[in-house]
Write a protein that binds this ligand. Structure first.
Ligand code: N1C
Length: 250
C-alpha cells in the first residue's frame, strides 16, 4: 500500500511538473503576437524528449530557433555575465535595452528546468542534469544556442554589464565569453561598451587582466570601451527612466 501511495504521489508530482512547465511556456508565449504557441511548444519538445539528457547538443535547438527567430537589434542589445539581477531590474523598468530574455524563446524559458529520458515522450522538470554533471544537457544547450542567435543579431552599439565585484569579470567559461563575444563581428557591430557594475566590495576595475583579454579577443574594427559604474547608480537609473537610457551613467 505504501509503495502504491508513493507511486501515485510521485506520478502526480511528475505530471504536475511537466504540465506546469507547458502552462508556463504557453502563458508567457501568448504575450507575443503572431506565433502559434502550441506549435512552438511541439518544436521545443522535439529537441530533448526521448533522449539521454546528457546527449542533447546545441544543434538540437536549431529547428526551435528557426521557428521563432531573434530579431536584429541595433544599438539596444544588452549582454551580461554574473549580473543577471541588476540587468533585469534595469531592463524591466526601462525601455532602453533588450536582452535575450526579451525575445520569445528567452522569455518563455527563463528560469525553467526541463529534460527528457530515453524511452519516454515526457518532459521532466526534476532530476535533470546540471552544467557540472554534463555539458550537453537540455537547459545548457538551449542557452548556448539562443545566446549564439542573440549575438548574431547584435549590431551597432552593444552594451555588456559585467560584475566588478568578482575576480574575473570576463571568464572564458561563461556563455558571454565562449559563445557571444566570439560571434561579435565588424562592421555589423561598431562598439562594445562594457559597464562594470561596482559595489562596496569592489573586486576589480576596468584595468582587470580578464578585460584586457576581452579587448584582445574582439574582432578587429570593433571599438572597446569600459566604464565602472556603482550598482546604486544603475538602480537609480532603473527607478528614473525619464533620464535617457545609457546617458544615465555615461
Ligand atoms: O554564462 P553567462 O552568465 O556569461 O551567460 C550570460 C550571457 C548573456 O549575455 C545572455 O545573452 O548569455 C546569455 N544567457 C541568458 O540570456 C540566460 N538567461 C538565463 C545565458 N544564460 C542565461 N540564463 C541562465 O543563467 C542559464 O541557465 C545559465 O545557467 C546562467 C548563466 O549566467 P552567467 O554565468 O551569469
Amino acid at each position: 500500500v505504501i509503495i502504491a501511495i508513493c507511486a501515485v504521489v510521485l506520478g502526480v508530482t511528475l505530471a504536475q511538473g511537466s504540465d506546469g512547465l507547458k502552462n508556463t511556456f504557453l502563458e508567457r508565449c501568448q504575450k507575443f503576437k503572431g506565433y502559434n504557441c502550441e506549435e512552438v511548444w511541439d518544436v521545443f519538445q522535439k529537441a530533448y524528449v526521448n533522449q539521454d539528457p546528457c546527449k542533447v547538443p546545441t544543434e538540437a535547438y536549431d529547428p526551435l530557433v528557426a521557428s521563432a527567430p531573434i530579431e536584429p537589434s541595433c544599438n539596444r542589445a544588452m549582454f551580461w555575465s554574473k549580473t543577471k539581477d541588476v540587468v533585469h531590474d534595469f531592463t524591466g523598468k526601462t525601455d532602453c535595452f533588450v536582452t535575450v530574455e526579451d525575445s520569445l524563446l528567452g522569455s518563455v524559458l527563463d528560469g525553467l528546468t526541463w529534460c527528457g529520458k530515453e524511452g519516454s515522450s515526457e518532459t521532466l522538470t526534476t532530476g535533470c542534469p546540471d552544467w557540472n554533471t554534463c555539458p550537453d544537457n537540455p537547459v545548457g544547450s538551449f542557452w548556448k544556442r539562443i545566446s549564439a542567435a542573440f549575438a548574431d543579431a547584435a549590431c551597432g552599439n552593444v552594451t555588456a554589464m559585467l560584475n566588478g565585484s568578482i575576480t574575473e569579470p570576463f571568464n572564458s567559461r561563461s556563455i558571454f565569453a565562449s559563445i557571444e563575444v566570439t560571434r561579435f563581428k565588424s562592421p555589423r557591430m561598431k562598439n562594445l561598451n562594457v559597464v562594470l557594475v561596482m559595489d562596496e566590495k569592489a573586486g576589480t576595475n576596468c584595468t582587470d587582466e580578464s578585460l584586457n583579454n576581452l579587448q584582445k579577443q574582439l574582432d578587429e574594427g570593433i571599438k572597446y570601451n569600459c566604464k565602472e559604474v556603482p550598482q546604486s547608480q544603475i538602480e537609480e537609473c532603473s527607478s528614473r527612466p525619464e533620464k535617457t537610457c545609457g546617458s544615465c551613467w555615461t
